[in-house]
Design a protein around this ligand. Sequence first.
Ligand code: HEM
Ligand code: HEM
Ligand SMILES: [Fe+2]
Length: 478
Amino acid sequence: MKFKSQKVAYWFFAACMLLLTLQLTYGFIMAFAHMGLDGLHDYIPFNAARATHTNLLVVWLLTGFMGATHFIIPEEADRELHSVPLAYLQLVSLLVVGVVAIIGFHLNWWEGRKFLEIPRPLDYLVVVNVLLFIYNIGMTVWNGKRFTTTGIVLFMGLFSAALLYLPGMIYFTNHTFDSYFRWWVVHLWVEGVWELIMGAILAYLLIKLTGVDREVIEKWLYVIVGLTFLSGILGTGHHYYYIGTPRYWLWIGGLFSALEPLAFLGMALFAVAMYRRSGRQHPNKISLYWTVGCAIMAFVGAGFLGFAHTLPQVNMYTHGTLVTAMHGHLAFWGAYAMIVLAIITYSMPLMTGRKLWNNMPGLLAFWTSNIGMVGMTGAFAVAGIAQVYLERKLGLDFMVVQKEIEVHFFGLTLAATLFSVGITLFIYNFIKHGLPRDEMVGDQSLDAEWVEPHQAQTVSAAPAPEKSTPKTGKKAKA
Ligand code: HEM
Ligand code: HEM
Ligand SMILES: [Fe+2]
């Protein structure tokens, strides 16, 4: 770890672990309710559990992105974070807003708009909070000693994500308008600007873990950004099929969203190619697993399973069913949860000095959580397909169908238990790392502790051949 202020990341990651645990608890509450075991209904009705589950997901992922940013940006900009107290203030206030929102959901204080349930007064606090974050990171980048593509793409992704929160705050009395702009937030986040954040973290990790030249990896990042925007922006149309917008969205949405998997395929192929090309032994193997695994699982969950229901001819049957939940779980897990867990796995040894990188709990955490999540996806798929057939083909009543598919939620619960064992092991490892230590500041030995194949014969430990672009050179190019 080069800079002292990078330690801030640890506390963001710790908050992540806490929120993730809570998210899973609410997942189980819903899984049991789906089985007919809804004993908590009077205290935590399904809608409250669902809003809590999905909002906690978004908050822990954002907290993870923020932690990743606090770790990556000082290094990319080659200077300390602009203000450490501001970063702590921002983390604490984010958590306070999150807790108030969750309590609100349980007291029926919510907006009822999927993923944007947070009541309006709290939205304003979120805006202030995010402005603090963007200011702190923006100043760090602006006053940095160098500009790197990775750093700029990360910042632009975060900045655009903050801007895109605003369309969801416009007040409409018309449901079509409300729905139209809600998708600007939900879709343009996960299939637009969050992909930039993911791409940048992925690039950073691949540079560090494979030792492949920064220039090569950053060129590929441009391609990803291009593909994402080309397909993702008009791809928003795949949510406009049946909400009261003009018919042309059927064509535009179908066509462009069908191209979206290309960006995810690009990331997967590239990550695997870099992994194979490196032929090297970075000691933090588990982090490399999470990194390459993220790119692959994102392609399967977002690209492949997204494509499966994106054409209007299919979506008219699957819309709003458990088929959506099937895709939602693996896409969020592969693309965003795994990239956060990858950067945590990479940075923890560097912050704490404890090399828990190839231990059994870490490896088991990776495999059991991934196998568990694939199982959960399968359970949602079976339940979803049965639901589509009974409800949309045979025309049975919604609740009659829910009763019919109860059995599949036993399968979901089993797979979710395996998944949770994996997450528990991950958190166990996280805790075992202990707290970040000042002695690690300036110690880059762990960072560069690997040998390039062609140097292996002559040198025992070579430093990371990471090329830095001088600020002036990059500026002149731009
Ligand atoms: C990492 C990227 C992605 C994530 C995290 C993600 C997640 C989600 C989530 C949570 C929903 C439900 C949203 C809601 O109803 O409010 C959804 C819906 C949808 N997603 Fe994705 N998605 C991703 C990428 C994609 C891609 C690349 C495609 C197409 C190729 C796609 C196609 C769809 C479609 C068609 C729906 C609407 C389902 C319905 O009508 O109920 N998604 N996605
Ligand atoms: C213990 C593990 C988990 C269980 C038991 C679980 C269960 C559930 C259930 C039952 C639903 C509601 C489905 C419905 O609408 O009827 C749901 C929704 C959702 N969960 Fe999970 N979940 C778990 C973990 C996760 C994780 C780790 C993620 C993300 C990485 C996630 C993302 C989502 C999303 C995005 C939705 C909304 C899907 C949609 O829009 O249709 N869940 N979950
Ligand atoms: Fe979408």
